[in-house]
Design a protein. Sequence first.
Length: 192
Amino acid sequence: MIQKPETRKEEIVRTAEMLFKQKGYSAVTMRDIAQAMGIKAASLYNHIQSKQQILSNIIISIGEQFTHGMSKIVEETSTTSIEKLEQIIALHVHITMENPSKMATMNNDWMHLEEKRDYYLSLRRNYEESFRQILKDGIEKGELKNVNPEIILFSILSTLRSLYLWIPKKEELSKNELLENLGKVLLTGVAV
């Protein structure tokens, strides 16, 4: 498959996401982004309206990837709750391994969203509610231990949301090894 060349806007967003990960959204200026790209700050505005638009592009694109992935998992009626949880873990591993800088921005800087904050929060609430419902269904069907679903949700999501911090430090770890072992670790204490 031939990969299309990166547009200038995509390059701006990619550069910004790396800077946001390193310094945090608030500490990065449009001038910093331009300097990292080797261009004048005024040139950025030919391709992007504002730093806020960059932040929004990053966070909303990742939020929508998670929402889309979760929708597919929920739609599967022939899978058990354990299989769905394994798919959720795989979803997080895949998205995080492909987008560690975007994940850092989403987790650390979502509160800086302005116009799209409510939309992002609705994506997040819907995602968490779908996750919660999978847990409740699993408990009800006897596939999961009868533990408070909020505790299970917190335990699993805390780990999955922090993968972006850990994965870059573990280059020797393959995606398949991570998927297999992370699923075992997170679900062994939950599965009946």
